[in-house]
Structure formats: C-alpha cells, structure tokens
Design a binder for this molecule. Structure first.
Ligand code: HAM
Length: 446
C-alpha cells in the first residue's frame, strides 16, 4: 500500500460541522452584502505577478516575500520574465483588473462588488496565519465621497454582527493623499533618524524603503521607539484630506458606530490613500486583525485606467471563525436544535426501494431526506438517525410494506405513529415550516 499524503503546511481541510459554520458565515455575509447593494464578482485565482507588484508595492511584505509564483511543468515560458503568474495574495487588485479590463468604468457609475474565496501567501504558518486562507471582501469603485468609507466600515461591522460576533474594536486613521503620505513619511524619517541603529534589522531596511512598515513592527524595541513618535493629522494632512476624514468620523458618529483613532495604523499594502481601518479582536492573540481595508484612490490610474475613487475591505474567514469559537457566547457556530428533515430507514431490499421513492418525493417537496447506507440492524440505523440530528425518522419494514404505511418517529418528542404511505407529506407539514436549508448559525436577534 502506498504512503498516505498529508496536508500542505499552512492549509486546512474543512470538514463535518465546520462546513456548516463556514456556510453560515458565508450566507450571513451574502445577505448583508445584498442589503447594502453589493453584487458578487468572481475573479480568477491566477493573476499576473506584475499586477500585485504595481498595486501592493514592490517593498510590501506580500510582494517581497509571500507570493506563490507558478512554474508550469513542460513549458517554462510563463515562469520567466514579465509574464509570471501567481496565486492571488489578496482580492482588490484582481477586482480592479477586472473592472478596467471589462470597461466597467465606462458602463456603470458606482460599481459595488463583493467576493468570497481563497487567497495565498507564503507566510510562516501559525495560529490565525495560513498559506491558504479565505477572504470575504468588498470593493466600491467610482466615488471619492467620505460617506462611502463610512458605508464600507459599517458594512464590515454589520457582517460581524450578523454572525453574532461581538467584542471587536474598529480602528481608523487617515494617510491622506499621495502628497500627504510623502509628508508623513518624511516626518517619520526625521523623528526616527536618531534611533535607526536601535531598530531591528528588518526595520533598518524598512527605514530606507518603506518607512510606514516600522510603525507596525512587532519587535519590542521597535515598539518602544515607535510609541514615542509624535504623529498629528494637522502635521501632514492637506485641508481636503482633513475635511474628508472629519466627514468620515461624523458619519460614523451619526450611525452610532464605535471606533478608535490610531495614528500608528498605516497598513502593509501600498495602494491605500486617505482612510485606512482595521478590525481587531482580543480573542485572536498575536494575529489580532479580523479584517481591514480603506480607500485607494490612485489605484485605477496606477493600473492604466482613469481616476476613480474607491474603497473596500476584506475579512479573514478563518480568523472570524476562530474568534467566534474562542470568545462570544452569543455566537453559536453550530445549531443546537434538530434540523427539519427526515432520516429514512428501510429494512430489506424491497423496503429500501420504497424508501428511495419516499425520499425522492420528500426532496421534490423541499424536505431534507437522508437515507442510510443500508445496514441490516434497525438498532444501528436508529443510532445513525439520532446522530443525523434530523427531526424525524421514517421506518419501513416488512409489516409496513404489507400495510402500505410507514412508521414516523418524532426524534424531538420521542413519539411515533403509523402513517398511511400516501399521508407522509401531510403528516410532516403541519409540524412546522419547511426548513430544508436550515441555517446552522443562530443570527443574533436584532
Ligand atoms: P489584509 O489586511 O492583507 O488586506 O487582509 C485582510 C484580512 O485577511 C486580515 O485582516 C486577516 O484577517 C486576513 N489574513 C491576511 N493574511 C492572512 C493569513 N496569512 N492567514 C489568515 N488570514 C489572513 C487585504 O488583503 C486588502 N485586500 C483588504 C482591502 C480590500 N482593502 C481594500 N479593499
């Protein structure tokens, strides 16, 4: 027998009840997106490497260290030169590529899209940090309005609320326009100049290439130095960017959304201008960001299009689920009660054929019906019915075949009755709504 295979490091199988939790999170997100007028977009996992170099920045950690580049066996032409292909490390750049390539800037006004799917970064795997992880993200392209930034932040918080997650903190900051960012960078360089030799080796390099990255270095010495920096919006934001940020804050206050301002919040991807935000959760430990986003007004132009204001965010699904399971009692990842459905048990070949007919009839009527794998003993089939967490067990044996009826067992009330074969549907229906697609997450009552 050949050796078994193992998972690639930093990836995960999602199995059993966990799948229900994922489906629950995804369906909550889809519901909220449609309330906010966002439509789904599906872009490829494979994208040109150059797309990310130009949008995330040559000096970003993601581009510098974490891209999975593809090498095609047999024909290596794609793995060399400008045509290299990568597994997408994030969703924003691909959405903008699709936006420009399909001329959506010319045909639609404000384009609001959302996406769910896997992203890939060659990081050192640890809790909450994977090499294949999943984003629930949204991008709104075609507006410079600060109220759009407020909408994006509110939308991401609303998704957290919808899955019953609480205890998170929203942090916001403004980097300003390109000129303001330059001013902020110069200001940081000036303040850090005397301390460069005390920074960690990575930050000494960042000092020359990407000064903003020094602000979120985890090294204790760097953190001490950074905590002493004097950063004030007035020192680097132009009047337009100041009033943009103040409209954002007012709009968040208007809807009562709580946030903190964090002048050290800069984000690791180069495309951000003006608003940046991050949502953190204390249950996550060192990798405490549930999600993040902000405005990226210059990206369409950097990718060859015209000017178009844009903002977006992405939540990390694995981290959402981690936070749900390790924190709030009000988040119930798996439904506790029974699911409205029927586990069908047939004893003998003829009865099993009849069961298959019953199952088909129920399914055509939107009732979840499961058939076991045909064990001989009633006891073991009933055990499986119990484990299935379906509300009903329907049993057909020799006697039932003879009498043209079925035995219907209510697993919740531990009652059973004989029902005529033609009355099965009628007997199930009055007991509740048809909830064949029962939703596994109890959404928080609002
Ligand atoms: P990001 O901060 O790189 O932003 O990723 C967003 C979220 O993805 C993080 O807050 C985290 O929850 C999750 N995440 C990131 N890396 C990993 C990993 N290795 N393992 C597990 N989870 C991870 C973006 O990607 C931007 N595209 C967000 C955005 C959209 N900005 C504007 N529009």
């Amino acid at each position: 027998m050949g050796a078994k295979f193992s998972l690639v490091r930093g990836t995960k199988d999602i199995l059993g009840d966990d799948v229900k939790v994922w489906q629950g999170v995804e369906s909550c997100a889809r519901r909220i997106f449609s309330l906010y007028g966002y439509r789904e977009i599906r872009t490829p996992i494979l994208e040109p490497e150059e797309l990310f170099r130009r949008s995330l920045g040559q000096d970003s950690e993601v581009v510098g260290k974490q891209m999975f580049t593809l090498r095609r066996s047999g024909d290596d032409t794609d793995a060399t030169g400008p045509g290299r292909i990568v597994l997408r490390p994030e969703g924003t750049a691909g959405v903008l590529r699709a936006f420009l390539e399909n001329n959506l800037d010319k045909t639609e006004g404000l384009v609001k899209v959302y996406y769910l799917g896997p992203m890939f970064r060659a990081e050192r795997p640890q809790k909450g940090r994977l090499r294949q992880f999943h984003h629930i993200g949204a991008e709104a392209i075609g507006s410079f309005d600060a109220i759009l930034d407020a909408e994006i932040i509110a939308l991401s918080a609303e998704i957290l609320e919808s899955i019953g997650l609480s205890g998170y903190d929203i942090e916001i900051n403004s980097l300003g326009c390109a000129k303001d960012k330059q001013r902020l960078g110069d200001n940081l360089c000036r303040q850090l100049k005397g301390n460069v030799s005390r920074l960690c080796r990575d930050c000494q390099r960042r000092y020359g290439h990407n000064i903003f990255r020094v602000l979120d270095c985890k090294n204790r010495d760097c953190r001490n130095i950074v905590s002493g920096l004097d950063i004030s919006l007035q020192d680097y934001l132009c009047p337009d960017c100041l009033s943009h940020f103040s409209l954002l804050r007012d709009s968040l206050n208007d809807i009562g959304l709580r946030y903190k301002e964090n002048r050290h919040l800069v984000r690791g991807l180069d495309y951000y201008t003006r608003t940046v935000f991050e949502i953190k959760h204390p249950a996550l430990g060192a990798q405490d960001a549930l999600g993040a986003g902000g405005r990226y007004d210059n990206l369409t132009q950097q990718l060859g299009g015209g000017a178009a204001g844009a903002a977006g965010f992405a939540l990390g699904v694995e981290r959402l689920i981690l936070a749900m399971s390790s924190s709030a009692q009000d988040a119930q990842p798996v439904q506790q009660g029974l699911v409205f459905g029927v586990y069908i048990i047939g004893l003998g070949d003829d009865a099993r054929r009849e069961c298959f007919k019953v199952a088909t009839e129920l399914r055509k009527n939107n009732i979840l019906a499961e058939m076991g794998r045909g064990e001989r003993s009633l006891k073991s089939q009933l055990r499986r019915a119990n484990n299935s967490r379906l509300r009903w067990a329907l049993i057909i044996g020799e006697d039932e075949m003879k009498d043209n009826c079925v035995l219907l067992k209510d697993m919740e009330k531990s009652l059973q009755e004989k029902v005529r074969r033609g009355d099965v549907l009628k007997s199930l229906r009055p007991s509740g709504e048809l909830r064949a697609m029962n939703f596994p997450i109890e959404a928080k009552p609002r």
